[in-house]
Ligand binder design. Structure first.
Ligand SMILES: [Fe+2]
Ligand SMILES: [Fe+2]
Length: 135
């Protein structure tokens, strides 16, 4: 059962970003399932690693579009991306050290990022990108 479901309220009106956000939802759901079904720490840490990798891919692509559109808040946006990557890296390191990541802590972090970052921060670039012909 999917824990987080993408719907139109998450749309940032840029097809590439919506597509990558959907993929992030998928990875987070896989992680939530692995945690809930009591899969071993190896599965959890592998999925957190995948999340980190795909997050980096997405942030790079998103930042490239913001740069192309001369988005005025690019620097602040990049800072938020950096903080999230640092937080996820912390989880990866915890998992590597064999410490089972606290699943509630992990899912709260991810949900906070999804809801706040996509619905509030990412949406702030929709108008600017659309005006620059990026849809
Ligand atoms: Fe973003
Ligand atoms: Fe994003």
């Amino acid at each position: 059962m999917a824990l987080f479901t993408w719907n139109d309220s998450y749309s940032v009106k840029v097809a590439l970003c919506d597509q990558q956000h959907k993929k992030l939802f998928e990875i987070i759901n896989t992680l939530a399932d692995a945690m809930r079904s009591g899969k071993g720490n190896d599965v959890v840490s592998k999925t957190v690693g995948e999340l980190l990798q795909y997050t980096r891919t997405h942030f790079q692509a998103e930042e490239a579009l913001l740069r192309k559109a001369n988005f005025p808040q690019l620097a602040a946006h990049q800072e938020m991306h950096k903080k999230f990557v640092n937080d996820v890296e912390g989880l990866v390191n915890q998992a590597r050290e064999g410490k089972a990541a606290n699943s509630i802590q992990v899912l709260n972090l991810l949900r906070d990022w999804l809801v706040n970052h996509i619905q509030k921060t990412d949406k702030q670039y929709s108008e600017c990108l659309n005006a620059a012909g990026i849809n």
